[in-house]
Design a protein around this ligand. Structure first.
Ligand code: GLA
Length: 768
């Protein structure tokens, strides 16, 4: 009886809602996007509902506190808001059992109090009576990029219905930027659709001859409700706007159940989007997600031998020499080299050159690679002199994938994958550990041995062995530290032990050091003053130079004090020009398309570093997800970084590389643009509302040109050669497709999907 009554009510409610909102049902919600107060201090009394916050300043929650008058603040801060929670919110809801606190994204950690009592912490609901501690600071990753959602049962005593409630949020930021920042804060009753989760199963897409196969899972995360409805799939061709395919699947999910949906879609070989929509019975909201369909542009790597990667390599005299010739083609390959400088020898089956060259000089070495199908010969210019990193370093770094959960095994697995998946055959070389290998600053155990030598934590049982194992593969080994006492993750830094750490690193076989400012900032009065920034970096440089091996030196201080102007003077081979990147278009865009100021300072041996690549499976923790950049955005990301002569450091799980990502990272013509020996960073030559065109001068006298569609819809664009300072009839090649497009007179016309790119090589007349 009761059920029947509820149904009548539901129908009546739906109908009234429908009729007054012209077809769109607005679920009830209480907006919390404004009205917050802020205090950049820590005191648990701030949680109390009767605490007097009248003297607190107001703050917006759609951007970090750093962007609102607290530019350098980090650590604890509090947000408070007073609101009446009307019981009508639940009365008008379909599910009347719980109230959800949607609090947006919070950088880095949060504890949420309602009327003085903790209700949630770092994505987890907590039961009444839970005490707030600082234990979360020991967690091995932050949640800065995850929207907070806490749920309370409607009869939870912590909610005061129809009366004033105080929500207080204690935020802890461990650096770079902090606070509540995504703006989408509200209270709402639970909706059935919230219990549906899209699960992107590890094998993202499988490529067949004419089709792409995809498996997507839906999970019912409720342990109470059965879910019934429909899952709609739609594929849209982004260049024409046409719907290519529509499918519909029934959804019936018992509590906690999961179901997989496998489908095949046509392979268009150009930009397309899949739209997923789940509409449930008894739900007011739809769950909608979309996913760019990967499309492979680069032809498969050929079986004939080909020498790839950098054409020039620098090393200092008397230092251990290690260079793996990047070469693709059907194995076995046979390598030979003519004019190798004295002191070097070549492993002819693996293509690894080792030894020590004592005499400075430039040595053009003729390398030949052969297999049963043919041979390729190219000159590698070995420059024994003062400079290293003559082309931007290419490799892998643990941060964007594992964050602080990095382990020795995971690092070695990345090295093995470089070889086994063939990335090393295209020039990918460095395997770099980021933060998290040292002893945690707040741990009880000693951070250093009695003689002061830095200790590794138990995730890194044998650093020397790791270095040896990486070198045995012909790859190079990188490590991370900070000039401060603590790293950004709160682990032991090199402060006061610079010389000793440089010695220890060298004894482990380290070839690359990323030196991250982090806690050193506390010792500075002005974080943008080069006179304060330069000494700690120079100190470590001097220590590195005393070692018996070359160590590429990467300065990481987020671009402070215009590091590009003085980075080379303190020995930097590369320097970060920005804060951290993450896998969202806005972030990648704001970093990548704002590198102009630093361009004049890039060149062989000293590079601008706009941070690492965010392609493949990333996560900054053990929980990984496929990059949220669409395939078009990923083509843009890699093209732009190559044009910028940026270091190319992957931050993804290499054991989980899908066909698309592997293809994206092994286009030798794209890599050649990045590794071009001239080392000239591209500049934007055209900047329009939706289009930006970058041009890079290449060592062979030709140009690499990227036409980027930074707008939100497909654009047809006509490139005027004159705008590039060129004219007449020019040969144009599509670099991603590795295809000559023919000769064009004065203009070149193309169609580019939203956030996508056309990467071209334009030839000086008579050179192709
Ligand atoms: C900073 C750096 C990152 C990473 C982390 C490690 O945020 O910019 O690249 O090294 O520290 O804690």
């Amino acid at each position: 009886m009761l059920k029947k009554w509820a149904l009548v009510f539901l129908v009546a409610f739906l109908m009234t809602s429908l009729s007054c909102t012209s077809g769109e049902v607005k679920p009830p919600r209480l907006d919390l996007s404004t009205g917050w107060k802020f205090m950049p201090q820590d005191n648990l009394d701030f949680a109390r509902p009767d605490f007097d916050d009248s003297a607190w300043k107001t703050i917006e929650v759609d951007r970090t506190w750093n962007q609102q008058g607290y530019p350098k603040y980090e650590g604890f801060a509090w947000y408070r808001i007073r609101i009446v929670i009307p019981s009508s919110l639940i009365k008008n809801a379909v599910l009347k059992d719980s109230l959800i606190f949607h609090l947006g994204k919070i950088d880095d950690f949060d504890q949420v109090f309602l009327n003085g009592e903790l209700i949630g912490e770092n994505l987890k609901n907590v039961p009444p009576g839970t005490k707030a501690t600082d234990d979360f600071k020991n967690l091995d990753h932050s949640f800065w990029n995850v929207p907070r959602r806490y749920s309370l049962a409607v009869d939870d005593p912590r909610i005061k219905w129809d009366r004033e409630n105080v929500i207080a949020i204690r935020v802890y930021d461990w650096g770079v930027a902090g606070g509540i920042y995504s703006g989408d804060l509200y209270l709402a009753p639970a909706d059935l659709s919230e219990y549906v989760k899209f699960i992107y199963v590890p094998n993202l897409f499988t490529f067949h001859q004419k089709e792409i196969e995809k498996t997507l899972a839906l999970r019912n995360v409720s342990s109470r409700y059965r879910i019934k409805g429909k899952f709609y799939l739609r594929m849209v061709d982004n260049l024409t706007g046409e719907t290519v395919l529509k499918r519909k699947f029934p959804v019936i999910l018992q509590p906690n159940a999961r179901a997989e949906y496998s489908f095949k879609v046509p392979k268009l070989n150009r930009s397309a989007t899949l739209y997923y929509r789940v509409k449930l019975q008894k739900s007011l909201e739809e769950r909608v997600e979309k996913e760019g369909l990967p499309y492979i542009l680069t032809p498969p790597v050929k079986s004939e031998p080909r020498i790839n990667g950098a054409r020039v390599y620098g090393q200092r005299p008397g230092k251990p020499f290690l260079f793996r010739i990047a070469a693709s083609g059907k194995r076995p390959l046979h390598f030979s080299a003519r004019n190798l400088p004295e002191g070097l020898s070549l492993d002819t089956t693996r293509g690894i050159i080792r030894g020590v060259v004592k005499k400075a000089g430039t040595y053009p070495v003729l390398i030949t690679v052969k297999n049963s199908l043919g041979a390729d010969t190219k000159t590698l210019r070995i420059v024994i002199g003062d400079r290293i990193a003559l082309t931007p370093p290419m490799g892998w770094n643990s941060w964007n994938v594992w964050g602080l959960s990095v382990t020795q095994e995971r690092v070695y697995a990345a090295a093995r994958a470089f070889v086994e998946k063939g990335l090393a055959d295209h020039g990918w070389t460095y395997i770099n550990i980021d933060d998290g290998w040292e002893i945690y600053g707040q741990a009880r155990e000693p951070k250093r041995k009695p003689n002061g030598e830095i200790r590794t934590n138990n995730k890194f049982p044998d650093m020397k062995k790791l270095g040896d194992d990486i070198h045995a593969l012909g790859l190079k080994f990188g490590i991370y530290s900070s000039p401060g006492p603590l790293t950004c993750g709160g682990y032991t830094g090199s402060y006061g032990h610079e010389e000793q750490d440089a010695r220890t690193f060298a004894s482990w076989g380290v070839d690359y050091l990323k030196y991250d400012l982090c806690s050193y900032r506390k010792m500075m009065t002005d974080q943008n003053d080069p006179r304060q920034l330069m000494p700690p970096y120079e100190k470590m440089y001097r220590a590195l130079r005393k070692q018996n091996r070359d160590i590429v030196y990467s300065l990481c201080e987020y671009g402070n004090g215009r590091v590009w102007e003085w980075g080379a003077r303190v020995g930097g081979n590369l320097w970060r020009t920005t804060g951290d990147i993450w896998d969202e278009w806005d972030r990648m865009f704001s970093i990548g398309f704002n590198q102009e100021m630093a361009a004049p300072y890039a060149g062989p041996g000293h590079w601008n570093d706009p941070d690492m690549l965010v392609v493949g499976w990333v996560g900054w923790s053990e929980q990984l997800h496929p990059t949220r950049l669409t395939p078009d955005e990923q083509y843009t990301h890699v093209s732009l970084w190559a044009l910028l002569s940026a270091p190319l450091l992957l931050g993804c799980d290499l054991e989980r590389l899908d066909d698309f990502t592997l293809n994206l990272l092994t286009n030798d013509e794209v890599i050649a643009i990045d590794q071009d020996p001239l080392g000239k960073q591209a500049l934007p030559v055209i900047k329009e509302k939706n289009i930006q065109v970058y041009k890079k001068d290449l060592a062979d006298g030709n140009w690499a040109v990227g036409i980027f569609n930074i707008g939100e819809s497909t654009q047809t664009y006509t490139l005027n050669f004159q705008d590039l300072g060129l004219s007449g009839k020019l040969q144009v090649r599509d670099v991603w497709c590795q295809k000559n497009l023919g000769e064009f007179t004065n203009t070149f016309r193309t169609v580019i999907p939203a956030h996508g790119v056309r990467l071209l090589k334009i030839f000086r007349p008579g050179t192709n």
